[in-house]
Ligand binder design. Structure first.
Ligand code: CTP
Ligand code: MG
Length: 655
């Protein structure tokens, strides 16, 4: 028999997210949206181009119009002189040129004037001469506006599309996770606390959404931008670029170091918050015990310690970031200083234009922004990757009971004529059997009571019959066929289980009793409520059968919950009734009500009753006594009393 490894998704066992592999597992969820994703990437390239264009247009405006840098080609004079070239086809310009013949050098249809003589002219004359430049600058300004507007529009579309993809992917993932969790077997849920699973479906998915929308695509953008800036800078002036990039290997080295430290800090933080969470949920769950045993202050001390550890871990993480961010700020300033120093020198030597220097400064500012943001994105990414890892761990979880292949599946018999337990041995934990070699024959229509001390294995026995678990050895047969050869759902369709501690959903009583029969007639409802002895107390509730129960049905007493649970079983109209009597105290009146309801339920049905009160056991045709996972006695009440054994002692104890 296969032994199951217990899968417990604790925080500590995780941490080293296998980044790339995780993304590959995410891919099937992205696949349906790949075309859309491709479009967003293309839009992203557009946006990058727009952002790169903005400083470049500025450079054109400066170099071509604001400070047009035509140098004196004529090298006869010692000093190179910068001049303005004007077009003589314009009559106004011709007039000005003829008014100041000493300042202009006329050649064919253009005239040149040095900047120095130009500055000696009256302002309006200068403005007239530079009118074409003014027009150029206006064009540049309009071009900038157009680019900025386009950038805005494309950005909007891109963000909307990206968010759409992100929301869709998370939506699909949540569905997948939910439906997957629903198929897992009960064993899985006993090992995985509710809170943890809830976090998977909500928080962890949200974390991944953040990564999807704000990291992956933006990292792509950053890479485009960094590559684009590098290409443009090197093509404008490779010498100045070299000077600017000289520090970069160092920056990358530090960034890599930072990544390591950030990951470590993040991991600690993650573990600490998990500890706080589980402590907190345990506190809530066990609040009455804590208060009863006055453990508040001890419990608070534990929380205080955990909280402090979390605080320290948080501070450590902050420290890492607090060093990295200003460090990048510092490096970017140093790089700017280098560019201003070296570029300024080159400008004065007239090796580069003013526009080039300006464009270098703007691009380098743009360059450092993504590097600084990487820190933040790294954090989101780490968060998302560990979330992804946990989500995929659950999705990879296959703790289910085997179902027969459809070809080998047996059809569920219409009528149950016998239920046989054939040398059944079962354990929750390997090597610790809670049921040992149980053999039992139940005929159709028979009522069997199972009694025994607490922990004897009574509930475990019915867990096997309802196929929440499979036996390790032996078999359970219905009409001679191993129940593993039926589909699980077919087996359960014949069974109604009234649990020891019935769970009711936070819905109306009507929805709890008739979950799959919304169109049931009032007459039938009446008769079921009557038979289940629910009528009286339901009538006392504010909205009768339409009263909503709070979560877990805690607004009802455990006796009332069992009555509702019996009504639910009656509505289900099963072949086999399994009733696990409540262990909690129930007053004798309610006990009586439950017993008559139970009798109504059992009429002409096969029933297995786990009885804690021997008065309940007495109504059975046969009583099975279980102790330490073994059947030790069996027979009718009278026979067992006569036997003077374990049952007799139990009977005497209950007086
Ligand atoms: N057990 C376990 N894991 C579970 C449920 C039960 O290891 N998920 C163990 C219990 O510790 C117990 C044994 O299995 O020792 C039998 O449990 P159970 O069948 O639930 O005992 P009952 O006879 O139903 O006890 P009670 O009368 O208290 O309901
Ligand atoms: Mg039990």
């Amino acid at each position: 028999m296969q032994k199951h490894t217990d899968t417990v998704f604790s925080e500590k066992s995780l941490g080293q997210a296998r980044d790339v592999r995780m993304l590959r597992r995410l891919y099937p969820f992205i696949h349906p949206y790949r075309l859309l994703l491709l479009v967003t990437v293309l839009l992203m390239i557009c946006i990058t181009a727009f952002e790169l264009a903005i400083p470049y247009v500025t450079k054109i405006a400066i170099d071509n119009y604001i400070v047009p840098g035509h140098r004196q080609e004529d090298r006869q004079t010692e000093q190179a002189e910068r001049y303005l070239k004007v077009d003589l086809s314009d009559p106004d310009v011709r007039d000005i040129v003829s008014a100041y013949p000493e300042k202009f050098r006329v050649s064919a249809d253009t005239a040149k004037i040095g900047y120095k003589p130009l500055s000696e002219l009256p302002p309006d004359t200068i403005a007239r001469l530079r009118r074409p430049d003014m027009t150029g600058v206006s064009y540049a300004a309009v071009a900038l506006l157009v680019i900025i507007f386009l950038n805005f529009a494309v950005n909007f579309i891109q963000v909307m599309m990206m968010e759409y993809i992100g929301q869709q992917v998370m939506h699909d993932l949540r569905m997948k996770l939910f439906s997957h969790i629903q198929t897992l077997c009960v064993r899985f849920f006993t090992h995985n606390p509710v809170g943890r699973l809830v976090t998977r479906v909500t928080n962890d998915i949200q974390n991944m959404h953040e990564m999807l929308t704000s990291v992956i695509i933006f990292v792509m953008k950053d890479i485009f931008l960094l590559a684009g800036i590098t290409i443009v800078l090197f093509s404008i002036d490779w010498q100045l670029s070299l000077a600017a990039y000289v520090l970069f290997p160092f920056v990358f080295y530090v960034a890599a170091k930072f990544a390591g430290a950030a990951r470590e800090a993040f991991r600690t933080l993650r573990i600490k918050i998990a500890e706080i969470n589980s402590h907190f949920s345990e506190t809530i769950g066990g609040m009455s015990v804590i208060q009863l045993f006055r453990q508040e202050s001890a419990n608070f001390d534990t929380f205080k310690r955990l909280n402090h550890e979390y605080f320290s871990a948080g501070m450590q993480q902050i420290t890492v970031f607090a060093i990295f961010m200003p460090f990048i700020e510092l490096v970017s300033s140093v790089v700017l200083a280098v560019v201003i120093f070296y570029g300024g020198g080159s400008l004065m030597a007239e090796r580069i234009t003013l526009g080039t220097l300006v464009v270098f400064i703007s691009y380098l500012r743009m360059f450092f922004r993504p590097i600084r943001d990487i820190a933040e994105k790294y954090n989101i990414t780490l968060n998302a990757l560990s979330s992804a890892e946990r989500i995929f761990l659950i999705l990879g979880e296959n703790d289910r009971l085997p179902e027969p292949a459809s070809k080998e599946r047996f059809n569920m018999p219409e009528k149950i004529t016998s239920i046989t337990l054939d040398h059944v041995t079962f354990s929750y934990v390997a090597e610790e059997p809670v049921l040992k070699d149980i053999s039992l024959d139940i005929r159709g229509g028979e009522t069997i009571a199972v009694v025994g001390p607490t922990g004897a294995g009574k509930t475990s026995l019915i867990n096997l019959i309802t196929r929440f678990y499979d036996p390790d050895e032996g078999a359970i047969r219905i009409n001679g066929t191993d129940i593993r050869q039926f589909s699980i759902s077919d087996v359960r369709s014949k069974i109604a289980l009234v649990m020891q501690d019935p769970f009711l959903f936070s819905a109306s009583i009507r929805e709890n009793i008739f979950p799959d029969r919304p169109d049931i007639g009032e007459k039938e409802i009446e008769s079921i409520l009557e038979n289940a002895n629910c009528r009286q107390f339901i009538n006392r509730l504010p909205h009768g059968i339409d009263t909503r129960l709070s979560e877990g049905g805690i607004s009802l007493s455990s006796g009332q919950r069992q009555l509702i649970s019996i009504a639910r079983a009656l509505a289900h109209d099963p072949e086999l009734i399994i009733f696990d009597e409540a262990t909690s105290y129930i007053d004798s009146e309610t006990e009586q009500e439950i017993q008559t309801a139970l009798m109504n339920l059992m009429q002409s049905r096969t029933a297995i009753i786990i009885a804690h009160r021997l008065s309940t056991a007495r109504i059975a045709d046969r009583i099975i006594v279980i102790n330490h996972g073994r059947i030790i006695e069996a027979g009718t009440h009278d026979a067992l009393i006569r036997q003077n054994g374990f049952y007799h002692r139990l009977y005497q104890l209950q007086g």
